[in-house]
Design a protein around this ligand. Structure first.
Ligand SMILES: NC(=O)c1ccc[n+]([C@@H]2O[C@H](COP(=O)([O-])OP(=O)(O)OC[C@H]3O[C@@H](n4cnc5c(N)ncnc54)[C@H](OP(=O)(O)O)[C@@H]3O)[C@@H](O)[C@H]2O)c1
Length: 249
């Protein structure tokens, strides 16, 4: 009952880590808004949540479009009257040698991975400032700090998310608003399926993972649930690594 009477928006939550996060928050009594670019996929998640008698709402939202984001916030307010928790996710990336990267590649990745955090947070803050307290958690990646070959734009976009998190955290702390980020290493989802199913790549990645396994979506969901809870009321500005000790390896 950690999130009783709380309203949580989770962007890009039709599958993977973010679907697991929606389930984790709903299980602890949050009213959850499940959103992604595909309404049908969100409705399936909502049905799953409702089958446990938890409360959820599906809203289509492509986070790279400000009109969709505005609609996401408006529909949430009109259904639940407030927003307590915003979990910012959605991503694009590619694996390309730097010399082969085009301006379009760079713009596409930076546009979605950074702009969506800005758009969603900017729209939500206008409502949240009227409340007593609330939480924003954005998704970075441990690659924001370590870098990774053939992923220059992705790594740059995640470093930008981390620094935006820090700047926002300082600005919003006086309003009792906690802004933090999560930085996972390799987690088993659709995003990483191809790499993890390739024995050679997977072995190379495990050699950089002292815990000697890849993470589960539910393990990130639990870390997000912690940052979204009152247990984290005095945590501002943090980028929490959930990485099987990758960062220090
Ligand atoms: N998995 C990892 O190892 C790992 C590690 C570090 C960081 N991350 C971060 O975690 C996120 C990816 O999550 P995941 O691994 O769970 O991947 P995933 O299974 O591929 O899920 C991605 C989610 O994002 C949604 N999405 C994509 N583009 C969108 C858009 N324009 N608007 C709204 N929703 C959109 C997708 O839904 P629709 O297709 O229905 O729109 C889907 O629900 C990224 O931010 C990534 O940087 C993942």
């Amino acid at each position: 009952m950690k999130f009783k009477n709380k309203v949580a928006i989770i962007t890009g939550s039709s599958r993977g880590i973010w679907k697991a996060t929606a389930l984790e928050l709903a299980k602890n009594w949050a009213n959850v808004v499940v959103s992604s670019s595909k309404l049908e996929s969100c409705q399936k998640v909502v049905k799953e949540i409702e089958s446990f008698w938890w409360i959820a709402l599906a809203i289509q939202c492509d986070v790279s479009k400000s009109s969709d984001v505005q609609n996401l916030i408006n529909e949430t307010i009109s259904k639940f009257w407030k927003i307590d928790i915003l979990v910012n996710n959605a991503w694009v990336g590619n694996t390309k040698a730097f010399a082969e990267m085009t301006e379009e590649d760079r713009d596409f990745i930076m546009n979605i991975n950074l702009k969506w955090v800005f758009l969603c947070t900017n729209q939500a803050v206008k409502h949240m400032l009227k409340q007593k307290s609330w939480k924003i958690i954005s998704i970075a990646s441990i690659l924001w700090k370590t870098g990774f070959m053939q992923a220059s734009a992705y790594c740059a976009s995640k470093a930008a998310v981390v620094n935006m998190t820090k700047a926002l955290a300082i600005e919003l702390a006086p309003h009792n608003i906690n802004v933090n980020a999560i930085a996972p290493w390799f987690i088993k989802t659709d995003m990483t399926k191809e790499s993890l199913e390739n024995n050679e790549v997977s072995k190379m990645l495990l050699n950089h993972t002292p815990a000697w396994r890849f993470g589960e979506a539910e393990e990130i969901a639990k870390a997000i649930a912690f940052l979204a809870s009152d247990d984290a009321n005095y945590i501002h500005w943090e980028t929490l690594a959930v990485d099987g000790w990758r960062l220090t390896n």
